[in-house]
Write a protein that binds this ligand. Sequence first.
Ligand SMILES: *Cc1c(COP(=O)(O)O)cnc(C)c1O
Length: 357
Amino acid sequence: MKRHNFNSGPSILPEEVLRRASEAVIDFNGLGLSILEIGHRTPWFTEVIEEARSLVKELMGLDETYSVLFLQGGATMQFMQVPLNLLPVDGSAAYINNGIWGGKAIKEASVFGKAVTVADTADRSHSYINKDFIVPEGSSYLHYTSNNTVEGTQWHDLPAAGQTALIADMSSDIFSRPVAFDKHALIYAGAQKNAGAAGATIVVIKKDILGHSGRNISPILDYQNHVKANSMFNTPPVFAVYVSLLTLRWIKQQGGLTEMEKRAKVRADLFYQALDNLDVFTPIVAKEDRSLMNATFTTKDKALEAPFLALCDENGMVGVKGHRSVGGLRVSMYNAMPLESVQALVDLMEQFDKAQK
Ligand SMILES: *Cc1c(COP(=O)(O)O)cnc(C)c1O
């Protein structure tokens, strides 16, 4: 049976990436050694990480004022590493609370100082994006989540940060569309949703924002050390970096971020149109704020959720269940998702809708 992978993360990767990654585990570039067996300071691996870093910059259109790091600890580690490095002891930072992940970022920042929530969408279960807010003067930065993986909302324009440094958690929509990346002071993303395998976290930093917090930072958590060492302060996640490199090459070869966005729009249009037209399903998110990556919905009658999920299961559709914290249904349609999978799901939704009549 053909599988259709709607997992939210770790999630679908291009077949070519999987094939090349598996080949490298046995024999990396014909060396007679596995990628798992080579030192991170060998020319073999430094070439990998250098190409990966330069592809990130190229796809994002960033110049040498930015540094690209491959760190560990996931996006969750960045929730604390960002304030530790950038929030001065007596300073404050502005946060947008658009969902579960943004909420966790606020919790971590509060350990280090004053994290001011300037926009909060909890009043309507984070089913929309609140674009109307004021960043308090003197904020060290404004932090937002570009795509809310769990709730299914996405920023389609940048939040208005004014002169304040903008920081984005792009874990679930990085490399899915062209963005004014250069309007950001720092961007981070766990690689396992759109940029590779779990284990690597991509952090892009405008270098001049570092070194001003006045904090005593543990060396392993100090971005400056990682910048200086070109992501080799300690052993980087070698295999995960390689999978990211393969994924970045694939994105470029397919036509880059413009092409990724085009495909995402076609997939999302197909899905949301079905969702809006079928009586048995109900969308959750306000139309203008819907995510092109993660679509959340419910069945009109809660009792129909289990039979629909069973039908998905019978037809090889994986990952249609909503996040454990919110329930309902969710499908994730990341870069590697073929349109045929979305079409197959839509066909199944139509079939299910008809069967209820
Ligand atoms: C998945 C996700 C995270 C958490 O990532 P980890 O790598 O598990 O720490 C954080 N933010 C967003 C937006 C996510 O989608």
